[in-house]
Design a protein around this ligand. Structure first.
Ligand code: NZQ
Ligand code: ZN
Length: 384
């Protein structure tokens, strides 16, 4: 086992009615933090599932002044981060409340640093400015997928530099995250499926990290099994509270850092490639992963099959790389998530464009580093 430090600064409130509950509700959390909130959300789904209304009522009831910034896009852009920062500085806000999915919460994390440190979003994302502080963040999660609710990571894109980057820093972890599975009952089938793919992909990134981490391995397998078992049930019954709750909690566990304990690294090559597709074609994050993972597994499996075979044995009782990949493909298809680039309208004519941006953005893995010929082989496999 590698040495590690375990620390998570997010207070997670999970279950039906947690935002507006009698005790430990969102208002109580907000009141302890400050007097003026910057309330950030996306294109309006939160106005229809009760999360915005519950949050606003809690803030108003506790005499918190609310300034709103809406319109954060899926695959969020740095211009929204900068515009929200200008508003937050002008209105002298004390904290940020993010209501939505990963795109909204990720944007809130960078907005919180930009306001505290008076810098622009890309200064942080590019590593030019190291954060000193962030305004406190309260997150109200409405989509189970990314794990952003309990980690210090944000992923943002920039149309000037042609990048979609991830950045993590401890100050960016939400102070409180409220997870009411009821809010996720309105997530449509496609994004529900993409969320399940995303949580599996995060578990796989940990599995393919380096080092001997037996307990983390068992934890990863359990999280994937939860998704394999409950995912298809949920796809047939999207408004089922218990199934929504099971998947929501699994998604948080898949990326709140515990699966990485006692390892040297997780392998993030698939996510790097996924960000290139999202950037170029606005493909949903989870959809990029169900397309790329089978291709990555086949490619890596040709040179180091052991971990893939071990994974297949634990999850599907399979005994080869190919039979393991086929099981994942069948599962992604059962969810309704694409497994080939052609399903999202990307043909072979896109290969050069994709490879060029991968090279420019230095897409690689950590444990299984990818060079130019690896990237070519993986992109060709996902087009096959
Ligand atoms: O914009 P609105 O109207 O809110 O609609 C959203 C959006 O269109 C909608 N939605 C959210 N909650 C809903 C809902 N629709 C109906 N009912 C609800 N309850 O769903 C669409 C997608 O939302 P988005 O926030 O983009 O999805 P997700 O949570 O999957 O976040 C994806 C982003 O997170 C990044 C991805 O790269 C991508 O940019 N990631 C962040 C990570 C992190 N911070 O740790 C790790 C991940 O690997 C990932 O990279
Ligand atoms: Zn992801």
């Amino acid at each position: 086992m590698e040495n590690f430090i375990s620390y998570n600064s997010t207070r997670l409130h999970f279950g039906k009615g947690v935002v507006k509950g009698l005790m430990n509700n969102l208002g109580a959390a907000a009141k302890e933090i400050g007097e003026t909130a910057l309330l950030v959300y996306g294109g309006g789904s939160v106005l229809r599932n009760g999360s915005y209304e519950d949050t606003l009522k809690q803030l108003k009831r506790n005499n918190i002044r609310v300034v709103e910034y809406s319109g954060i896009k899926p695959n969020p852009v740095v211009t929204d981060v900068d515009n929200a920062t200008v508003l937050g500085l002008k209105e002298n806000v004390d904290f940020v409340v993010a209501v939505g999915g990963g795109s909204v919460i990720d944007s809130a994390k960078i907005i919180a640093v930009c306001i505290a440190d008076k810098v622009k979003g890309w200064d942080i994302m590019s590593g030019k400015h190291r954060p000193n502080a962030a305004l406190p963040i309260i997150a109200v999660l409405t989509l189970a997928a990314t794990g952003t609710e309990m980690n210090p990571t944000a992923v943002i894109q920039n149309h000037e530099t042609n990048e979609k980057n991830g950045f993590r820093h401890p100050v960016m972890a939400p102070k409180h995250s409220f997870l009411d599975p009821t809010y996720t009952q309105s997530v449509p089938a496609d994004y529900t499926a993409y969320g399940i793919v995303d949580l599996i992909a995060h578990s796989l990134e940990a599995w393919f990290g380096a080092g001997d981490a037996p307990l983390s391995d068992k934890y990863v397998i359990s999280i994937i099994q939860e998704a394999l078992e409950k995912g298809p049930e949920l796809m047939k019954d999207l408004e089922n509270y218990d199934l929504r709750a099971r998947i929501m909690w699994a998604a948080t566990n898949a990326l709140n850092d515990i699966t990485m304990h006692a390892r040297k690294s997780g392998d993030w090559g698939v996510h790097g490639l996924g960000h290139v597709l999202s950037y170029l074609y606005d493909t949903a994050h989870g959809a990029t992963l169900s397309i790329i993972y089978p291709a990555w597994l086949r490619h890596i499996g040709s040179r180091s099959p052991e971990r893939i075979i071990e994974l297949g044995k634990s999850l599907f009782s399979t005994d080869s790389v190919e039979s393991t990949v086929v099981e994942f493909e069948k599962f992604f298809q059962e969810l309704g998530s694409p497994i080939k680039a052609s399903e999202v309208g990307l043909g072979k004519e896109k290969i050069t464009e994709i490879l060029d941006l991968m090279t420019k953005n230095r897409v690689s893995g950590m444990h299984h580093a990818l060079d130019e010929s690896d990237r070519k082989s993986i992109v060709e496999l996902m087009m096959a």
